[in-house]
Design a protein around this ligand. Structure first.
Ligand SMILES: *Cc1c(COP(=O)(O)O)cnc(C)c1O
Length: 371
């Protein structure tokens, strides 16, 4: 059983076939525009620019803010590494900062302690679908970039994930709740920043003045073919995100009975489910991952805290004990939008129940003729 899989149906097939038949297969076309406008509408932002990946979206957001050599950007220590890597790619320096015990997103107080004269931005990752404390982050006085790559459908009060910060990004990688295969987007309400993102993403030229390159741009466009797939998925946004939420609920109930909690959620937040996370403890985790391997179920230890990687150690001015502790104690279990109750029960029975130990095993699975 895989860790994740996309749910592709008739609508995806129809849109992709239509894009193919139209001959529009590269970086402009009606599906690109459709994807951009439907996301803008959904998250309530004025400008959305579809690009080739979530990582590229982060690089473009940084480039639009003019961030480069000599600049520092604060990044949480508990995240998929793309935000930290994007900072390095634009020539700036990531400064890793601890996450909060309360919700596992970037800790505003820890971020404050990382501020310096060269700090130019904070990348606030909605870790595991949980929107950051954007009100507290705004008080830092530097631009915030929201990384909502795992947070399709999450809400902070009445504000959707992806609507925060001066710029925000989504990823549409195949393991995300909404996918275009590979892909991502940048969103903002600032027309100048939107124009800069488009400029850099499109060879440093505008459609109005072809071949007049005003900056050394790149080609980061999303193709119309990719956007066709993405547009179908965005059309099914509610269905796809609700499917993951349902999986999250069932897992939470079943693993709760075994004494394993899931991730904490701050009040006023509706977290989305990307991959369901189980807090299991370091010792049991190793047992569980090997039980999963034997049973053919892909359960995975979550990311290492970035400061534990040689590449990022020197970018960590202060200890990050919360990120380290969370990283060591959690696993992901198979999660997708159309996962069945039977699949979930199977994962719980073959991987989580044994990890819980004999005390809470079902009588049926405790009986064995191996003596
Ligand atoms: C997946 C992810 C990315 C990168 O997105 P890609 O589309 O895979 O490049 C960036 N940030 C976070 C938090 C992610 O989970």
């Amino acid at each position: 059983m895989p860790l994740s899989q996309p749910w592709l149906g008739d609508l995806e097939r129809e849109y992709v076939q239509d894009a193919l038949a139209s001959g529009w297969i590269s970086g402009t076309g009606p599906y690109v525009e459709r994807l951009e406008s439907s996301i803008a509408e959904r998250i309530g932002r004025t400008h959305v620019i579809a690009v080739s990946s979530g990582t590229t979206a982060l690089e473009l957001a940084l480039a639009a803010l003019g961030i480069g050599r000599g600049d520092e950007v604060i990044v949480p220590a508990l995240t998929f590494a793309a935000p930290a890597a994007a900072v390095l790619t634009v020539g700036a320096t990531p400064v890793l900062c601890d996450v909060s015990k309360v919700d596992w997103t970037i800790d505003p107080a820890a971020a404050h302690a990382c501020l310096g004269p060269r700090t130019r931005a904070v990348i606030a990752v909605d870790t595991l679908g949980h929107p950051c404390d954007f009100e507290a982050l705004a008080a830092l006085g530097v631009p915030v970039i929201e990384d909502a790559a795992q947070a399709h459908g999450a809400m902070l009060g009445r504000q959707p994930a992806g609507s925060h910060g001066v710029l925000s990004v989504f990823s549409f990688h195949a393991n995300k709740a909404i996918t275009s295969g590979e892909g991502g987007c940048v969103a903002t309400d600032d027309p100048d920043l939107a124009a800069r993102v488009r400029l850099v993403a499109n060879h440093g030229m505008t459609a109005a003045a072809p071949y007049v390159h005003t900056v050394a741009g790149r080609n980061a466009r999303m193709t119309n073919l990719t956007a066709a797939l993405g547009a179908a998925q965005v059309h099914r946004w509610t269905e796809l995100t609700a499917g993951r939420a349902r999986a999250h609920e069932r897992y939470t109930a079943l693993t709760g009975e075994l004494g394993f909690p899931t991730r904490p959620v701050r009040s006023g937040v509706k977290a989305s489910c990307w991959l369901h996370t189980v807090v299991i403890g370091q010792e049991r985790r190793d047992r569980m991952v090997s039980a999963g391997r034997e049973a053919g179920v892909d359960v995975r230890a979550i990311w290492p805290a970035l400061p534990s990687l040689a590449l990022y150690r020197s970018h960590t001015p202060r200890p990050c004990p919360v990120a380290e502790a969370v990283s060591r104690s959690c696993v992901w279990v198979p999660t997708w939008s159309h996962i069945t109750d039977r699949d979930i029960d199977h994962v719980v029975d073959v991987v989580l129940r044994p990890a819980a130990g004999n005390a809470v095993q079902r009588p049926s699975s405790a009986s064995t003729d191996a003596t």
